[in-house]
Write a protein that binds this ligand. Structure first.
Ligand code: HEC
Length: 119
């Protein structure tokens, strides 16, 4: 009888351990911060409301907040200057994104945004 109980308890512990490990494995890709990050998707999700899908800034919000066209700003601003603005924010409407995204992710976002000037 005692053996039976011991087996049940051990079984339960092993079961719980299994659940812990599988949940941990399921979440590891998001823990390293890079996997699953797509500059294209994040731009569409977080930036295009103001900067527009094509980078022109011609959205309702973009027009109101006077967002400039990337085809113009790319001639005046370096990639580093743009990274600074995305990290620190600028003016009343452009927020700082350094809490949400790592430096590598911000660089990727700015690269994607700048690539829109060539289309
Ligand atoms: C709520 C509107 C809004 C959102 C959302 C937004 N921006 Fe901006 N962004 C602006 C405005 C307005 C400026 C111009 C700020 C100024 O010069 O005073 C700007 C400026 C910039 C600049 C500097 C070049 C320029 O046009 O002056 C970059 C680069 C930039 N944004 C990238 C991004 C990225 C990347 C995202 C998404 C992660 C983003 N922005 C989200 C409104 C927005």
């Amino acid at each position: 009888m005692q053996r039976y109980l011991l087996r049940r308890v051990l079984g339960a512990i092993l079961g719980a351990l299994f659940v812990c490990i599988t949940t941990l494995l399921a979440f590891t890709p998001t823990l390293d911060g890079q996997a699953g990050f797509s500059a294209h998707d994040v731009y569409l999700d977080k930036c295009s409301a103001c900067h527009a899908q094509d980078g022109s800034g011609k959205t309702v919000k973009g027009r109101k907040d006077k967002v400039k066209d990337i085809r113009q700003t790319i001639k005046k601003m370096s990639e580093d200057q743009m990274i600074q603005i995305v990290e620190k924010g600028k003016g009343a409407y452009m927020n700082s994104f350094s809490k949400q995204y790592s430096p590598e992710q911000i660089k990727a976002l700015v690269e994607y945004y700048r690539s829109l000037a060539g289309q």
